[in-house]
Design a protein around this ligand. Structure first.
Ligand code: HEC
Length: 154
């Protein structure tokens, strides 16, 4: 009899753990990964922005490093990070609007615009502060254009 109740207890424990796993099912690894890329964009853009605004002293080396990081980040293949069914209508922990999946060519165009602005920044960042400042608008604008169209407000 003791053995039976032990098995029953194990069964209950398993049920509790399975319940916990179900509760975390919305933590989609693709969504987490695409957000992480965006955070890396923001971190490097933020370093350039701080120099552009004069909040941090201009350093050609630091500016070049941040611009080159962006250059690497825009080369990441994100094709598996935006699976269907991960928009704001389908899951709760995302700000990716369903319009993304209806306008893929335009989303790609906005990604390409970001790549071009990053290339321009890579050429400008290490030259001098004025060059960095001159490349900043197009770069920030490329982020903002996509967010305006395809990211839900917080
Ligand atoms: C082609 C479209 C596109 C471009 C270009 C783009 N983003 Fe995003 N970004 C998005 C979308 C869509 C989301 C929402 C993702 C989600 O919640 O699943 C997002 C989310 C974010 C977030 C929030 C991440 C989080 O943890 O929730 C930050 C920060 C961000 N972007 C920064 C940037 C920066 C900085 C740039 C430019 C260097 C940039 N993004 C360029 C589409 C874009």
């Amino acid at each position: 009899m003791k053995r039976v109740s032990f098995v029953t207890a194990l069964g209950l424990t398993a049920t509790i753990f399975l319940g916990a796993a179900t509760a975390h099912e919305t933590d989609n690894p693709a969504v987490t990964a695409r957000m992480a890329i965006m955070q890396l964009y923001a971190n490097n853009l933020g370093q350039l922005g701080a120099m552009a605004k004069g909040n941090v002293e201009y350093s050609a080396d630091a500016a070049t490093a941040a611009a080159n990081n962006l250059g690497l980040l825009v080369q990441l293949d994100q094709s598996t990070l935006w699976p269907a069914g991960t928009d704001t209508d389908s899951i709760s922990n995302t700000r990716a609007l369903p319009e993304i999946w209806q306008n893929f060519p335009d989303v790609m165009a906005k990604g390409k615009a970001l790549s071009e602005a990053v290339t321009a920044m890579q050429a400008a960042a290490g030259t001098d502060l004025a060059s960095l400042q001159g490349a900043m608008g197009a770069l920030g604008g490329a982020c903002g254009a996509c967010h305006k169209a395809y990211r839900a407000p917080e």
